[in-house]
Design a binder for this molecule. Structure first.
Ligand code: DC
Length: 222
């Protein structure tokens, strides 16, 4: 059994917020695997590769070297020597990542890197296939989810608080589309591992979810 906690779930369920807090409390390293798929998306976008052309993706994959660094505890993704963190969180990159993460060549490359990181230190890793494929031996697996409405409302409130104009129905459609794409691909689709604990956070706040995960981790470690 590895010293890893795997957190999987759909976009917007709060995985990274929860994983970061739990990692801090337990003294583990937080590994954000979505950021790695996003870095590959930046690479393909810059190259002008068509995300629907698997041959072009396969031909381009080897030209990307992705490594991970930590600065003040924050994960940095280095793409061919350049720190690309500032480019990862845009809608465009998210959409490109959702399209290109379905390809086996892209996944194999990043899964190798993820396993290497988990072999070095205790990690809390979040993504879509961590409990099912990347770290099947994780000592605790959580499937963190929330209804599409709850996730859309959180996103809407977040953007509104930043003063950004946004449309609730458009956000909801985007989330539903992303869910469909992530859970219907052939390779490593988003799904709950058989031995994962399901945590539906639709009616829970961040503190409640964090406490629940820490409690489970401590019980498993005891
Ligand atoms: O969690 P995120 O929104 O940063 O992830 C971006 C995309 O990467 C998402 O559409 C699904 C994909 N992804 C994946 O396929 N496997 C992972 N382990 C993590 C993310």
């Amino acid at each position: 059994m590895s010293k890893a906690i795997a957190i999987d779930g759909p976009a917007g369920a709060g995985k990274s917020t929860i994983a970061k807090r739990v990692a801090k409390e337990l003294g583990a390293i937080y590994v954000d695997t979505g950021a790695m798929y996003r870095a590959m998306a930046v690479y393909f976008t810059r190259l002008g590769v068509d995300p629907d052309n698997e041959e072009a993706i396969n031909a381009a994959v080897d030209g990307a070297k992705v490594t991970i660094d930590y600065v003040n505890g924050e994960q940095q993704v280095i793409l061919n020597g350049e720190n690309v963190n500032a480019f990862l969180r845009t809608e465009e990159t998210g959409k490109m990542a959702s399209k290109t993460s379905k390809y086996a060549a892209v996944r194999t490359k990043l899964v190798d890197l993820q396993r290497e990181l988990a072999s070095e230190k205790p990690v809390i890793m979040d993504g879509r296939d961590i409990g099912t494929v990347v770290l099947p031996d994780a000592f605790l697996k959580i499937f963190l989810t929330a209804s599409v409405d709850a996730r859309a409302k959180r996103r809407f409130d977040e953007l509104t608080a930043k003063g950004e104009e946004c449309d609730y129905e458009a956000i909801k459609k985007d989330i539903a589309d992303r869910d469909y794409q992530d859970s219907h691909r052939e390779v490593s689709p988003l799904k709950q591992a058989e031995d994962a604990v399901l945590l539906d956070t639709s009616n829970m706040n961040i503190d409640e979810v964090t406490d629940a995960v820490i409690k489970m981790a401590k019980e498993h470690l005891a």
